[in-house]
Design a protein around this ligand. Structure first.
Ligand code: SF4
Ligand code: SF4
Length: 96
């Protein structure tokens, strides 16, 4: 089963200058330089769409303010087994 994504990154191709620093810095290697050229004639960085952990390494190494936005995704709420057990005990007591 695939793990829940922990982060998401959005790159603005109009701000990116195609230096590739973010691609080199990304631990899970989920950034690439796009094959097509931007309107500035560079290959902008692009998120592959999976495996971002939200670590922020790409954001901190990017020399262009506003080119990268990193989102840390909220983990899904955990089910607390003790609450289920307590409810079950209450239900048993009520039945006695
Ligand atoms: S570090 Fe910034 S400017 Fe360089 S490729 Fe990545 S997003 Fe573009
Ligand atoms: S936040 Fe971390 S994992 Fe996500 S794209 Fe940037 S460097 Fe890679």
């Amino acid at each position: 089963m695939a793990s829940q994504p922990r982060g998401k990154v959005v790159i603005d191709p109009d701000e990116c200058k195609g230096c590739g620093l973010c691609v080199e810095s990304c631990p899970p290697e989920c950034l690439v330089l796009a094959p097509e050229l931007s309107k500035y004639g560079v290959h902008p960085a692009r998120y592959t769409g999976q495996d971002c952990t939200g670590c922020g390494a790409c954001f901190y190494c990017c020399p262009e303010p506003g080119a990268i936005t990193v989102y840390r995704l909220k983990p899904p709420a955990k089910i607390v087994p003790t609450a289920v057990t307590q409810n079950a005990e209450v239900a048993n007591e009520a039945a006695l």
